[in-house]
Design a protein. Structure first.
Lengths: 109, 115
């Protein structure tokens, strides 16, 4: 399975942008990059996904490096509700989800 | 609310016992996934069913089994329970089995405690 590496934890101040990095140097051409997050005491929830181009949705933006070996999840204005564990996952066309340890994001008021 | 329901929310049992966890997927979703989340192992994929048939297998122990019924609900059976089986068990569902837009929707989980 393709692997990703993320920092164990990050901190942000409320209402500031947050950039969550993910390295996936062994990504293959058919691997999609998915981001999920897990709020405290809840199951994971989908955030965003992409293949090659940068993506935006109502929750976040995904910036993908030109060589696709890394990506960054961008939360434009962090709120206290965004405190969660963020998982960067590579899938083979949406299959074979492998969750790593993720990045625990703390948001300070 | 993801639309995925899991019962029970909490389960406390003893070593050596057998339990059944139940999951109802979102309306219209054909795929069901089971995950185990423990403190030291993170979120581990166990097994996937699609429209009643086993589709993919992950790190599922032989003591564990699952099935998906014609009404698409799924059950995860855990037998000969050990202390190390204590964990949160999540069920997720998705519309199909592949594709980049095959978003998984997770239920609230069942917390299993084995004493």
């Amino acid at each position: 399975d393709a692997k990703t590496t993320q920092p164990n934890s990050m901190e942000s101040n409320e209402e500031e942008p947050v950039h969550l990095p993910c390295n996936h140097s062994t990504i293959s051409g058919t691997d999609y990059i998915h981001w999920y997050r897990q709020l405290p005491s809840q199951g994971p929830e989908y955030v965003i996904h992409g293949l090659t181009s940068n993506v935006n949705n109502r929750m976040a933006s995904l910036a993908i490096a030109e060589d696709r070996k890394s990506s960054t999840l961008i939360l434009h204005r962090a709120t206290l509700r965004d405190a969660a564990v963020y998982y960067c996952i590579l899938t083979n066309y949406g299959q074979n989800f492998v969750f790593g340890p993720g990045t625990r994001l703390s948001v300070l008021p | 609310d993801s639309g995925v329901t899991q019962t029970p929310k909490h389960l406390i049992t003893a070593t050596g016992q057998r339990v059944t966890l139940r999951c109802s997927p979102r309306s219209g979703d054909l795929s069901v996934y089971w995950y185990q989340q423990s403190l030291d192992q993170g979120l581990q994929f166990l097994i996937q069913y699609y429209n009643g048939e086993e589709r993919a297998k992950g790190n599922i122990l032989e003591r564990f089994s699952a099935q998906q019924f014609p009404d698409l609900h799924s059950e995860l059976n855990l037998s000969s329970l050990e202390l190390g089986d204590s964990a949160l068990y999540f069920c997720a569902s998705s519309a199909s089995t592949s594709g980049p837009y095959n978003e998984q929707f997770f239920g609230p989980g069942t917390r299993l405690t084995v004493l």
